[in-house]
Design a protein around this ligand. Sequence first.
Ligand SMILES: [Zn+2]
Length: 416
Amino acid sequence: MSDPVRAALLRKLDTDAEPAIAFLQGFLQSRSANPPGDTTQAADHITDFLTESGAPWRIAAAHPHLPNILGSFEGSRPGRHLVLNGHIDVFPPIDDTGWSGERRDGMLFGRGASDMKAGTAAGIITYAWLHAIRDQLAGRLTLTAVSDEQTGGKWGTKFLFDMHRDEVLGDCCLNGEPSGLNNVRFMEKGTRRYIITVLAPGGHGGYPHLSRNPNKIMAAITAELDAKLHMRPANLPSNVAGYLTTPAAVATLEAGMGPGAAEVVRRMTFNPGVIHGGLKVNQIPHACVMEIDIRIPVGIDYDRVHDEVAAICRAHDAGFELVEAHSYPGSMADPDGEMMHIIQDNAEAATGARPVPMSSLGGSDSRYWRWANIPAYLYGPSPVSMGRIDERVTEREYLAVLRVHLLSAYDYLTRS
Ligand SMILES: [Zn+2]
């Protein structure tokens, strides 16, 4: 274990901790709310840093206000291709204090501190610092810092896959989305979202013999969708189910995401998020519109869910309309994969505790790699404050994430 290059990287993490924190602080102060989705200020902050570091980069953008930063370099000998991925855009802040980047009590505050400017910064610094020692590496390292993740990724990672697939696919992907230091995310659910409309002639509330009531029909549809879909268990591969049900995994998951999370992770869920129907209490509505969000884990037939939803609607109303909104299938990497173990080893060395393999509850761009059978893993700071007015990251957490990304990328690019 006496690798002098690796030892020098560990020393650099100590000596350059302040510049690394300053980079994140400046990143937090750079506006990149999406919507509306103008990330040029934050992208400039990144490209200034990369230029100063001497690491190569270029912009690959579908729209000028949504620049994706794409950079890549070769090591000194053939090897594997690792891709670092993170998003620049963040949820809109509650007010302008979201761009303060305030540093207080060992923490950095600001929109995106958790989701995911700390993780993206870790990837950017990893890329720049490893570029400086590229003679010591095998293979290739690519950075993808994208400007559209919060609204689905169409102009971000998906755009890079559509336009520059060979450059960004790689052999493995590492992402710093918030996870918490005690777990590594290797899978996530898919989603199917629909807008269901039930129409009727409508009329006077005292004349129910003249029109069906769309609100009643929608209530029956809702009850049946809930009974048939909500909390249906997934048929997970046995090694995956095993990882998600160990006492350590259950405890970690529920400590981070609340009691019940360990069950939810392994089951399909149904959420009727919006229902609109009717104009006045004594009127029969002419329409009821409902928007639903179904979260589908790996191990449940994604295509069949669509047929089931349509069949349930049809059973209650022959004339229903069903429009599918933002939808995509779940994704998974090997919970026993090489990069999982590399991350676990480095995290254990950094924090003193070995992180457990875990499923995400939300979505991330890692799915684009996993759908292409490229293993992708998430390791980042605590997700607890994401999107909140006091969104923050502790300096300790951020530096641990940076250390794990830097050393994991180094290990991956030197072990082949
Ligand atoms: Zn995110």
